[in-house]
Structures are given as structure tokens and as C-alpha cells.
Design a protein around this ligand. Structure first.
Ligand SMILES: Cc1cc2nc3c(=O)[nH]c(=O)nc-3n(C[C@H](O)[C@H](O)[C@H](O)COP(=O)(O)OP(=O)(O)OC[C@H]3O[C@@H](n4cnc5c(N)ncnc54)[C@H](O)[C@@H]3O)c2cc1C
Length: 580
């Protein structure tokens, strides 16, 4: 089937909906989403969304900008960090006016809590900057934005899976997507496509991410000739439930929760005397890894530590942390009122992704050349506001600030251009891929997608995690290449066309393999330690050679053909040693 819209947003999480709302009234707009919008992963976000409102204590956007730059280990583009910190304030009030039910102070202002790496006066101590709705902040944002979309007659194509981004005469002119319900391929001709498809935490075994987080949007852009930026910068959140990764938000530590090792020691204060348990995530994850390596992990395998909130009291836990403490009861049968919860670092957030400028326009090379008509925002994108490590609560604000900006820029653009023709045979690439998946019913195709996925996740877990080294990453790359070979022989057991989730899982696995390869390759070639990329064989940050962004380009046959590098934007804050 064929559709024509002035703008098409792919993804109905916080970023996609923020962009779509800014296009309302500027042209007709469609949102395509493989999940029903309110199931998007933004709904899982717990702890908060930050802005220097200064409602609970003094705060300034400059302090927020500084924390974002320092938190990102100076790989953050400072022009982007300035926009994030300045525009966060308006974005929060806009959400409030849309009806978002924030927690309130006794005087009725939006309440704010502490979060890792957010400080007062350039690092003096923690500051209360995160606005929140109990521990359901993302859920509230998603519901609020979706309701605005419905109210404003945005057209939703729910349960449509993006296949290809269509480029003609150097412009993005449309996308193809499968209607999951029928299995039919649809073409959307458009003047502007906005990618907002989220992250790819499912490349790891222990992850906070939902099953749908498979990097499809990144892969579609990559297959259309866009490089992927800073993929090696993948965040591990310190407090995933032991073995399963379900997240216990940093809000728990923001409210006073603490980490203890097997001997009951509050170990973070040894490593980060000022911020302690509220040091940034890359560091706390490393502290945990170090405790475990030095034999102070808990349990029979000495491979986890405890998160304690028991000293906060039942009242605080019930009022401010109800969902996450329920997770501990449900999944580990642990009672947080009384005991520590076993936790370990969990794959959480992609700092890298599809490169954009500060207006959400996708760029395609080291010279920041814009690909007209293609935009990206949210976790799929790399603007790069998080650099080498994202601070907690800076993602939700990234979605709304840069989602809005991408929507507004696309709204300007669609006024200035006519529709461009679709490329000849525009459905052929998608049909070829679907045809190849369908041919998997041939008995000669014996590989099982779930096995390949598990092996990929195990490999990434072992060798491209919190602590890395050359040997491990080389092993991971070789393994990924082997898995890509086996993927070519993957079997399809369900030949039906309606709601064929097996077929989708095969397509998603193809995405995971490609983004995992770009991640491992970028990591192997970044010969330093910076933020989330910590190499035990190269312990120091190397600003002389690596104060730069990595761009991974794809070859025709689907491998990383080459890496190139792009300078970091440094405006206000010169790089210095990162201490907390
Ligand atoms: C457990 C958890 C807690 C978190 N807590 C916080 C927090 O407190 N504060 C904070 O700032 N951040 C938090 N984060 C991070 C933050 O929630 C995410 O980074 C953010 O929500 C991503 O939003 P998004 O709009 O980019 O993508 P998502 O919300 O993941 O939405 C992606 C959308 O793209 C669609 N999509 C994907 N692939 C396709 C495809 N092939 N075809 C069509 N549609 C597709 C999906 O259907 C979905 O609608 C948390 C993350 C997790 C996992």
C-alpha cells in the first residue's frame, strides 16, 4: 500500500511523540510504531527528568551544562549540552502545562530529587535537579505526550515495523514498513522522516531494556549510507537486579539508598569521596566491578553487591520508590524494607547512534554534511549530548528537547520543499529482505535465530561490557562475524503472514548483529579509557589522540568498512581530570 504524508515519524516513544506534536498544524503527519505507542520503552523510565528549575535549592542551567560535559568525560558536544541545559527548563513547563502529574513540594512547585553526577556550583555536592512522578516518570511522560498526539489528530500506524529509509537524489523521500497485522509492505512517501526508534540494549544478556530495543532505526540509517557515531559508548547502569537486569532506578540512591559489598562496607565513598553512591554511572558500575574482582562481591559466586533502602523507612519507600521496590519483591523475593537487594551492572543506554546536528538533522560524514529530509532524536540519535557517559535523567530531557527541535526543524523544512519522487523499485530492497526471511522455511536453513541471539548476548556480556580489553574485543568481533555467517542460514518455522513475530525477530536479530559489530569495532579501535569505555589494558584517557567522535561506515556486504573521526565541540569547559 502507498501513503503520502508531509512528515513521517518512526517511533512513538518520548522522542517521536515530542517531534510529532511540533509538526501538528504544519502539514499532515503520521507516526509509525512497531509497538502500540504506550508500550514504548520510554514508559519504563523511572527516576526523573532533570532541569535546573531551582525549586528545592539554588540551581542554574550553566551548572547542569557543566555536569553534562564532565559526566560525558568531555566527549559531549558542548553546543548541544548548552541547548539541553537551557531548553530543559521550558520543556518541563511545557510538559506540566500538557497535564503531566509531577510530584509537588508542600508549596505546590514541581518537586526535585538528587541523581548521579548532578551537582551544585560545578561539583561542590549533589543538587536536587530531577523532576519526577514517583518512580513512574517515563510512564507519565509517554501517556501525556500520546494523549496530546491523539487530541491533535496525529495519524498513528501502530504495529508497523520500519524496513527501509528511501533516498533519492540525495534526499530522504520516504520509508517502507511492514504492517505486522497483515504482513503487507507499505510505502510512505514523505518530505521529512524523523527516526525515533530508541536503543539496542538487547545486544547484551543482562539488560534493563525491553525485547523491542533492537537498534532497528540505527541499522536502517546505516544501511542507507549513514555512519553510526560513538557506538562504543554504551552505558551500563550500576543497579540492575542480579542476573535479570530489571532496573532499580538511581532514584533509589537519589533518595538516600546506598551500595554495600559483602562485608557491609559502603564502598563508593572510598572511590568518590564527594558524591559517593551518586557518582556518575560509568564510575559506580566500575566500582562494583572492582569490588567483585577483588573478592568483595556477595553470594555463592561473589558476583553481586547490595542496594540498601531499608534505612529510609517504609513511608519514604512507599511514597517515592513503590514500583522499583516491588520489582525486588516480585523478581528476587527480597523485601527492601528489611534487607539489601542484590544488584549488578546492566546494559542500559546507547550514548552513540545516528549522528545529528543540534536541530536533529542527520549528518552523514566527518564534515557534518546534512542529509536533507532525514532527522533523528532520542536514544537512536547521537547529537552528542551525552558524550562518553549519560547522566541519569538526562535522557528524558534529551527526548523532549531534541525531539521538539527535530520536529520544529522538519516543520520548517516541509514548507520549503515539494515532494521528491520515490526511487525506482523503491520496495525492492525490503521485498528482497522479506523474501530471504520467508525462504527460511527451506529445510536446508537450519540455524535458529534464538540461539544466535543468545550467543551474541553472551559474547557482548563477556567481552564488550564494563571492563574491556583488546583480547576480549577481538574475540567478540570474530564471534559476531561468525554469527553473521550463521544468520544467513537462519530458519523460519512459522510461514504465516499475520502477526508473524518469528519473522520480526529474525529481522531484529539482523539489526542487533550489525549494531553490535559497530560497537565492538569502535571499542577495539578506541585505544584509551573514557567514560563508559573502560579498558584495563589502556587505563588513561588520551585527549591528544581520542578527544574525537568515532564514525563507523558500513560496507555493501554489511560489515564495518571503515572508521573515521570527527572533532568534539568545545565551547566553555576545557577538558580536565574527572574527579567526584
Ligand atoms: C528501565 C529504564 C529506566 C529508565 N529511567 C530513566 C529515567 O529515570 N530518566 C531518564 O532520563 N532516562 C531513563 N531511561 C532512559 C530512557 O527511558 C530512554 O532512553 C528513552 O525513553 C528512549 O526514548 P526514545 O523515544 O528514544 O525511544 P523508545 O521510548 O524506546 O521508543 C522507541 C519507539 O520506536 C519504535 N520502534 C522501534 N523500532 C521500530 C521499527 N523497526 N519500526 C517501527 N517502530 C519502531 C517503538 O515502537 C517505540 O515506539 C530509562 C531506561 C530504562 C530502560
Amino acid at each position: 500500500m502507498y501513503h503520502k504524508y508531509d512528515a513521517v515519524v518512526i517511533g512513538a516513544g518520548g522522542a517521536g511523540l515530542s517531534a510529532a506534536i511540533k509538526l501538528v498544524g504544519k502539514g499532515n503527519v503520521a507516526v509509525i510504531s512497531k509497538l502500540y505507542p504506550s508500550r514504548s520503552h520510554t514508559g519504563a523510565a523511572q527516576g526523573g527528568i532533570c532541569a535546573a528549575l531551582g525549586n528545592c535549592e539554588e540551581d542554574h542551567w550553566e551548572w547542569h551544562m557543566f555536569d553534562t560535559v564532565k559526566g560525558g568525560d568531555y566527549l559531549t558536544d558542548q553546543d548541544a549540552a548548552e541547548i539541553l541545559a537551557r531548553e530543559a527548563i521550558d520543556a518541563i513547563y511545557e510538559l506540566e502545562h500538557m497535564g503531566l502529574p509531577f510530584n509537588r513540594t508542600p508549596e505546590g512547585k514541581i518537586d526535585q530529587r538528587r541523581f548521579g553526577g548532578h551537582t551544585r556550583n560545578y561539583g561542590e555536592g549533589p543538587v536536587r535537579r530531577a523532576c519526577y512522578s514517583a518512580d513512574r516518570t517515563g510512564h507519565m511522560i509517554l501517556q501525556t505526550l500520546y494523549q496530546q498526539g491523539i487530541k491533535n489528530n496525529v495519524t498513528f500506524f501502530n504495529e508497523f515495523h520500519l524496513m527501509d529509509i528511501l533516498i533519492n537524489n540525495g534526499r530522504c523521500v520516504g520509508v517502507t514498513a511492514i504492517d505486522i497485522k497483515t504482513g503487507e509492505l507499505h510505502t510512505f512517501q514523505t518530505k521529512a522522516a524523523i527516526l525515533a526508534t530508541g536503543g539496542y540494549g538487547r545486544a547484551w544478556k543482562v539488560t534493563s531494556n525491553a525485547h523491542a530495543c533492537t537498534g532497528d532505526g540505527m541499522t536502517s540509517a546505516y544501511r542507507a549510507g549513514v555512519p553510526l557515531m560513538d557506538m562504543e559508548m554504551y552505558q551500563f547502569h550500576p543497579t540492575g537486579l542480579y542476573r535479570i537486569g530489571v532496573l532499580l532506578s538511581e532514584a533509589a540512591r537519589g533518595e538516600g539508598g546506598i551500595l554495600r559489598n559483602s562485608v557491609g562496607e559502603r564502598f563508593c565513598e572510598r572511590y568518590a569521596p564527594t558524591l559517593k553512591d551518586l557518582a556518575p554511572r560509568d564510575m559506580v558500575s566500575r566500582f562494583i566491578a572492582q569490588e567483585i574482582r577483588e573478592g568483595r562481591g556477595a553470594g555463592p559466586d561473589k558476583d553481586y553487591v547490595y542496594l540498601h533502602v531499608d534505612h529510609l523507612g517504609k513511608e519514604v519507600i512507599d511514597a517515592k520508590l513503590p514500583d522499583i521496590t516491588d520489582f525486588a519483591r516480585t523478581y528476587l523475593k527480597v523485601e527492601p524494607y528489611k534487607e539489601g537487594v542484590p544488584i549488578q551492572p546492566t546494559a542500559h543506554y546507547a550514548m552513540g547512534g545516528v549522528p545529528t546536528n543540534v536541530n536533529g538533522e542527520v549528518i552523514i560524514d566527518e564534515n557534518a554534511t546534512v542529509l536533507p529530509g532525514l532527522y533523528a532524536a532520542g536514544e537512536v540519535a547521537c547529537v552528542s549530548v551525552h558524550g562518553a557517559n549519560r547522566l541519569g535523567t538526562n535522557s528524558l530531557v534529551d527526548l523532549v528537547v531534541f525531539g521538539r527541535r527535530a520536529g520544529m526543524k522538519a516543520a520548517e523544512y516541509i514548507k520549503t520543499v515539494d515532494f521528491e519522487e520515490l526511487p525506482a523499485n523503491h520496495e525492492s530492497k525490503a521485498n528482497q529482505l522479506i523474501g530471504w526471511v520467508n525462504a527460511g522455511t527451506d529445510p536446508k536453513r537450519k540455524e535458529i535465530a534464538a540461539d544466535i541471539r543468545k550467543e551474541l548476548q553472551r559474547e557482548m556480556e563477556e567481552n564488550v561490557k564494563v571492563v574491556r580489553n583488546e583480547k576480549g574485543m577481538t574475540h567478540a568481533l570474530t564471534k559476531i562475524q561468525e554469527l553473521k555467517g550463521r544468520y544467513l542460514k537462519v530458519r523460519l518455522q512459522d510461514p504465516s503472514s499475520k502477526f508473524n513475530t518469528e519473522r520480526l525477530e529474525i529481522l531484529e536479530l539482523g539489526s542487533l548483529l550489525e549494531v553490535a559489530e559497530a560497537t565492538a569495532k569502535g571499542a577495539l579501535e578506541r585505544k584509551e579509557s573514557r567514560g563508559a569505555h573502560y579498558r584495563e589494558d589502556m587505563l588513561n584517557r588520551d585527549d591528544v589522540n581520542f578527544l574525537k567522535h568515532t564514525l563507523a561506515y558500513r560496507s555493501e556486504d554489511g560489515g564495518v568498512s571503515r572508521l573515521a573521526y570527527k572533532p568534539v565541540s568545545i565551547t566553555r569547559f576545557q577538558p580536565k581530570e574527572r574527579k567526584y
